[in-house]
Design a protein around this ligand. Structure first.
Ligand SMILES: Cc1ncc(COP(=O)(O)O)c(C=O)c1O
Length: 460
């Protein structure tokens, strides 16, 4: 795979021109690798359109962001209404509306977003500790702020525990709790414990009860090593970026009990799981846990950048003036987007619609195994991973990139699918908007089956 050559696809003059121009004007580091490098010109609901006008069904929701679909009209209207810009009068040089920046001040949208988000989280089973919101401009920052608060809460406790193979972001402490001890130069404050990957390597295995004994032993060993220096433990409801491993709920319950027994904070990173992705509004509900801090992001603003750490006031209050502040956190546009997204989730049946898609996705993905291209299927709700097999002389990683490209180019009937580049080398994420129409989802899963079957014949 040559990552330095600009990707070009036949018959896409406009897209190819834009691909070349972006390659000249941005470094490669701006995006993760993908074999399709789709040019997304317009989007509505569960679809994108390329500059050539080719329609792509979106099996990614951005990157688990557009849970309500792309550009929902009523949602946009709500965002504009909250900001007070619904009826712009161009004869006026300026419009009296919500400020776009309220740095070092407070906007009423921020207060309303705090209250609405807390009420929504507290109403979900497991949300009792959701007392304050510490806003952030990205998921990594929300994780960083949550960890800062825990370390400040009791300065004698300096050890952070993370679950091996997780993804919490790339920057600062979020990067330090990502991956494992062998990846790179590590922050000595971070210790890793095992996440059950083998026991939930396939959707069927996850239905078996988990033998907690080895995990318990590992935690006990860690506790003997670090004693009362344990500050907090951070984990994800499921390993997302780490390759789609969805654990049995008793595993997260064990981690929570360990935290409670040792006076450490239990942080659940729901940045990609929140707002209905796994079925309920928050994953903590069906995993049967009550976290001290929950990190939110992605679907929280349905496309407007916003993230937050939400949780115990006594922990957050350990941070002093300015220690959790920056230019964009709690900005009014983001708060308007959070309010509009909450409105949609609270006043429509979007959660039930997402839940109804889960069996359709599961069935459609399990059927892909018959093509020989897909080896394993894992997931829940509207977030799934398909692990590619080796085909002929092609390694699973190569096959995964070929799948992404083949789905992008589509079938004879012009049905094409937007997928993200593979995770953990060979796992492709399937995460359509919660609002995709069931018939359309079935149709595109069928199309995917045909595309993969044809691809298998080419992979010798
Ligand atoms: C679970 C989880 N935590 C944190 C992050 C980091 O979020 P961001 O990319 O907004 O920094 C991600 C992003 O994929 C994520 O999936």
């Amino acid at each position: 795979m040559n990552h330095t050559t600009t990707i070009q696809h036949p018959g896409e003059d406009k897209s190819n021109d834009l691909r070349q121009r972006v390659a000249r004007t941005e470094p490669l580091a701006q995006r993760t690798y993908t074999s399709s490098l789709a040019l997304l010109d317009k989007s509505a609901g569960s679809y994108h359109w390329t500059p050539e006008g080719r329609k792509l069904a979106d099996f990614s929701s951005g990157v688990l962001v557009a849970n309500l679909g792309h550009n929902p009209t009523r949602w946009w209207k709500r965002v504009f209404d909250y900001l007070g810009v619904s009826n712009l009068d161009e004869s006026q040089e300026y419009t009296v509306a919500a400020p776009l920046t309220a740095y070092n001040a407070v906007s009423s949208l921020e207060v309303r977003a705090n209250e609405r988000l807390l009420a929504n989280m507290q109403a979900a089973p497991g949300g009792r500790r959701m007392e304050q919101v510490l806003w952030a401009a990205s998921g990594s920052e929300a994780v960083q702020k949550a960890l800062w608060a825990c370390l400040a809460h009791d300065k004698k406790r300096s050890v952070i525990v993370a679950t091996r193979g997780g993804f919490h972001g790339k920057k600062g402490l979020a990067g330090a709790v990502t991956g494992s001890e062998t990846d790179k130069e590590r922050d000595p404050r971070v210790k890793f414990v095992s996440f059950p990957k083998v026991e939930c390597a396939e959707v069927e295995l996850r239905k078996q009860p988990l033998d907690l004994e080895p995990y318990q032993q590992e935690l006990e060993k860690l506790s003997n090593e670090v004693g009362d220096r344990l500050s907090c433990l951070i984990t994800e409801p499921y390993l997302g970026g780490g390759g789609s491993y969805h654990p049995q709920p008793e595993y997260l319950q064990l981690l929570q009990k360990f935290c409670r027994d040792h006076g450490a904070a239990f942080i659940l990173d729901e940045i990609q799981a929140n707002f209905g992705r796994t079925g309920p509004m928050y994953a903590y509900t069906h995993y049967g846990v009550e976290p001290d801090i929950v990190c939110l992001g992605k679907g929280l603003g349905n496309g407007v950048p916003v993230a937050a750490a939400v949780g115990r006031a006594d922990i957050f209050q350990a941070l002093h003036y300015g220690e959790g502040s920056d230019t964009w956190s709690a900005n009014p546009l983001s708060c308007a987007a959070v309010l509009a997204t909450l409105d949609e989730f609270e006043s429509t049946d979007v959660l039930a619609r997402g839940q109804a898609l889960a069996p359709i996705i599961e069935e459609g993905l399990l059927r892909l195994k018959s093509t020989g291209v897909i080896e394993k299927v894992r997931g829940e709700g509207c977030v799934w991973g398909i692990e590619c097999a080796a085909c002929g002389s092609h390694e699973p990683e190569e096959v995964a990139n070929a799948v992404v490209e083949a789905c992008y180019l589509g079938d004879q009937q012009g049905r094409a699918i937007h997928l993200l580049g593979p995770l953990a080398g060979k796992v492709i994420r399937i995460s359509p908007p919660l609002t995709m129409q069931p018939d359309e989802l079935r149709e595109y899963l069928d199309a995917m089956h045909g595309i993969l079957a044809s691809l298998r014949l080419k992979l010798r």
